[in-house]
Design a protein around this ligand. Sequence first.
Ligand code: F6R
Length: 610
Amino acid sequence: MCGIVAYTGKKDNIKEILIEGLKKLEYRGYDSAGIAVCTDTQIKVSKKKGFIKDLEKELSQENFRSTTGIGHTRWATHGEPSDINSHPHTDCTEKFAVVHNGIIENYKELREELESRGHVFKSKTDTEVIVHLIEENFDGDLLNAVLKSVKKLKGSFAIAVVSAYEPETVVGARQDSPLIAGLGEGENFLASDIPAVLKHTRKILVLEDGEAIKITPGSAEVYDFDGRLRHKEVLQVTWDAEAAEKSGYEDFMLKEIFEQPDTIRNTLRGRIKQDGFIDLSSEIKIGKNILKKLERIIIVACGTSYYAGLVGKNAIELFAQIPVEVEISSEFRYRPILAEGNVLVIAITQSGETADTLVSMRMAKKVGFPVLAIPNVVGSTAAREADGVLYTHAGPEIGVAATKTMTAQMVALYLFALYLAQLRNRIGSEREKKFIDELKRLPELVEMILSRKEHIKALAEKYAGFDNFLFLGRTHGLPAAYEGALKLKEITYIHAEGYPAGEMKHGPIALIDENFPSVFIATAGEVYEKIISNIEEIKARKGKVIAVATDGDTRIKELVDDVIYVPWTFEVYTPLVTVVPLQLFTYYIGKIRNLNVDQPRNLAKSVTVE
Ligand code: F6R
């Protein structure tokens, strides 16, 4: 939920290096920020409530004489956002400083113990116990002090620690929160995520749970928590720093919406073989025999990924004819698992770090169900813990709201559903080919929709002043309606609900008047006539209606106030072509309302706490 970064090397612009790194991690939290640098004999800390740019402004005149330091961008969990609760935190002697991402569950007990031994705490955070423990355990070696201290911690952490006693060393450790090292020439880095170091290096070490690392300008050594040296493979990152930047777009959100034709191509890449059929066996790793015998699938996910899960359910049930339940991870984890039958659990999580989804995966594994993860972040916890992984390959998503990762998740699920259908002989090759050919056309269809952005922008201008919206759909249209509503509320703070259109007359239709517009997913398909009737019901109550409809549908134009046309595709693929214009509609309303669309209030990109 926070971002950490660390540097040790020969460069003398430590402030700029740390702040630049933090800016790449701002998506992980942005309620306060801080840095600590090692000078010859002391640690100098600067930290502040607010955005990283506020800290940068405050430090504009500072010229630190240091080549080693740590930085942090925070999303508060324990202790409200404030200057004092911002990281880095220091010990009583001010000789050690720590930055931390995660939650120390036993911090209350540890704090009481430390206070009883005379330690004085400055903040209300769980993190501060770590640095006092390190102070106590230090006997001349920072790495040893960190190793001894982390053994006392319960909960999740990725930490980076500096000490005035070893001014060219940073020690990091991870347990249930991500941490990577970037390896440079005469310099090394630690960070929560790869974009923070990409400008400097593409050589990455991904730390596992239970590992610590000591970096100096000339070395990077990984240890287990018992101090045994570990050999790690260096990962060569292929995407460049550009990919993590805005590339000329005004906002990451807009850039990421427009990247979707490419990201969909990337999700498809290499998965449709020369013979035109899908083969995922080398990636999924879960045996074909297991997949063939499946009786049930449970999908676990949160938020937008959950809505992608609903799309997956429709596709898997249609193609592979296996019953699918889609569960919100935060609910699933607190209910008993019915451990019966041949069940596959699919965890959909773009970050691969969502706490509730990770716990759900672990519960499933415990009862012996194989787990397939669909993450975007390579090397993420979900990817490492699952039995099989189907990456979405959408590239880094910096905007807090999921856009390109959701369409990539849908494509991964379509591929999986068709693959499963083929393995289980539930789809004839001719029919399968038709659906695979259409899958390959999706990037073009999304390009067509994006080329209509001016019309969507004009609609956003017309509707930006309303305070409430309903998003309505049926069957394949329903997940898109849910997602349209979620996007609108999180980006624009307008109240919006996604609802099954057929349920309106069981209550919600009472809300409708001329000030309560409805957005209908009304594309061609089996329930089209039913949707038309639902639109009539709303119009009869003077409700304004925007319909997302299929190109060539002139009839609907007569009925509704406005239409967003999308190209025809098979009904099962319509969620993908209908969410894209809804993302744009939301984006433009957010801009008209002068909001920070990349970093909506109260939200963080990856929810690594319960
Ligand atoms: C909404 C959004 C969230 C995430 C949810 C799950 O735009 O981004 O609802 O979808 O927090 O995140 P992941 O997919 O990382 O598990």
